[in-house]
Design a protein around this ligand. Structure first.
Ligand SMILES: Cc1ncc(COP(=O)(O)O)c(C=O)c1O
Length: 459
């Protein structure tokens, strides 16, 4: 008989206690935090699915590599190992370290974009959009239509709509499109992968117009594994071979090593363009640091150099993708509406379908997140109206395209019994969903409002 159980491909060497709280304590914490789970101290969270970013458990090899970290201000051998590890997978000529992904985005958009420019992406992540808009450019999302239907099955829902890309470039003119981006996997669109066929098609369109293609590479390894599982012709290739093929289509990338770098901090920016690289390094020195450390310690560079390779290991990726699907499939089997098929790093519950009695203007995703915390101390995050919607000058809320609740799975952190507990809590809340009330916004910051917003139960 074949053994079907997927086990965590590691054993645990160091443990970190997690703390239970009572429902009464959680109610008080929730009120004090204005129903915003970003504002709850982490020690009051039992299972933290707020983000898969920087929450990775590092391996013995990564910890060992950190001891080799060389903290020289300039020319550290840790940078050489970092650069070589990245170039061996991604192949770009210039590798510029940054303290995390958004620093790479800020530098990229500052150098490449100006007011009035247009940057297409399958879906901009929130920091990508904010950094793009901050320099006066317009961030345009061009997901395929299937991506907007949460229940719809499609193997590559992260794909960009190539006909809309062509139309957009024709409409605004290629001179106003300094770059096109592809986010792999598409985080805001449900953690869905982009196929190599789509990457190549987007590249061909860009090449015809002389526009560079950049990959937002945060989850490149998970994307490569989905290609192997789902795209005809790739079953026999290793994730590393597939990743290399993805990057061969691109002219550069931004990366948050807090995801598939399996590190707790760090990022980088890559390009093949010598002139752009020089301008990026000049800006880097101004705000991040010398180009051989870019805001990171030598030990962080070492952890990333090792982590990028571990993220491409077959056993790891198999466990990663299947264990995320385990959560999604178990709740979907009981009727909980999720973005189908399950994504790579997270399960997204369709909060509008879960709570149809709560209008988008009353933040169903945030209300559901609060309820999962109240029920079982689980922290998740809304990806919807609070994150992407806008309130106009008359106080009217313009909703986001979808109201999703993201349960992001930190890499190598939780075991199957933790996930079984999460399933139970979600199903308990699902059974009493009709009693859940909407929320009203009482404070918002001028941008990236979801981090600090405060809310209260709607009257
Ligand atoms: C797709 C995507 N791009 C960019 C970023 C920004 O990276 P960082 O949080 O390291 O600044 C993230 C982070 O979550 C992301 O998911």
């Amino acid at each position: 008989m074949r053994i079907r159980t997927i086990i965590e491909p590691f054993r645990i060497k160091s443990v970190e206690p997690i703390r239970r709280t009572t429902q009464e304590e959680r109610q008080k914490l929730l009120e004090a935090a204005g129903y915003n789970l970003f504002l709850i101290p982490a020690e009051y969270i039992l299972i933290d699915l707020l983000s898969d970013s920087g929450t990775n458990a590092m391996s013995t090899e990564q910890w060992a590599a950190m001891m080799r970290g060389d903290e020289s201000y300039a020319g550290s051998p840790s940078f050489t190992r970092f650069r070589d590890s990245i170039q061996a997978i991604m192949g770009f000529r210039h590798v510029i370290p940054t303290h995390q992904g958004r620093a790479a985005e800020r530098i990229l958009f500052n150098v490449m974009c100006k007011k009035g420019d247009v940057v297409p992406n399958n879906t901009h992540f929130d920091t990508t959009r904010a950094n793009c808009e901050f320099v006066g450019a317009e961030a345009v999302d061009l997901p395929i239509p299937e991506a907007l239907e949460p229940a719809r099955q499609h193997p590559f829902k992260g794909n960009m709509d190539t006909s809309r890309l062509i139309q957009l470039i024709e409409r605004v003119g290629p001179e106003r499109v300094p770059l096109v981006m592809l986010t792999v996997t598409n985080n805001s669109g449900g953690g869905q992968p982009v196929s190599l066929e789509n990457i190549k098609a987007v590249k061909a369109i860009c090449a015809r117009q002389g526009i560079p293609l950049y990959i937002d590479a945060c989850r490149f390894a998970e994307n490569a594994y989905f290609i192997r599982l789902r795209e005809p012709g790739y079953a026999g290739k290793t994730p590393r071979e597939i990743a290399k093929e993805m990057f061969r289509c691109a002219d550069g990338c931004t990366m948050s090593a807090k995801k598939d770098g399996l590190a707790n901090i760090g990022g980088f920016l890559c390009t093949n363009d010598d002139t752009i690289a020089q301008q990026e390094k000049d800006l880097l020195i101004l705000t991040e640091g010398f180009p051989t450390y870019g805001g990171l310690a030598g030990r962080d560079l070492e952890a990333i150099a090792v982590g990028l390779n571990e993220a491409l290991e077959e056993d790891y990726l198999n466990y990663r993708i299947l264990s995320t699907a385990y959560l999604g499939n178990h709740i979907a089997a009981e009727g909980v509406p999720i973005v189908q098929p399950p994504g790579g790093h997270a399960i997204y519950i369709d909060a509008r379908a879960f709570l149809p009695h709560i209008p988008p203007g009353q933040f169903p995703g945030v209300a559901l997140a609060a309820e999962l915390y109240l029920e079982g101390g689980i922290r998740s995050v809304e990806i919807g109206t609070l994150m992407f919607g806008k309130r106009d000058e008359h106080g009217v809320e313009h909703p986001g395209q979808m109201d999703l609740l993201r349960l992001a799975i930190p890499r190598r952190v939780y075991t199957q019994s933790h996930i079984d507990y999460v399933v139970e809590v979600i199903l308990e809340v699902w059974r009493r969903r009709e009693t859940i009330r909407g929320l009203e916004l009482i404070y918002q910051a001028p941008f990236l409002r979801h981090f600090t917003a405060r809310l209260r139960p709607a009257p």
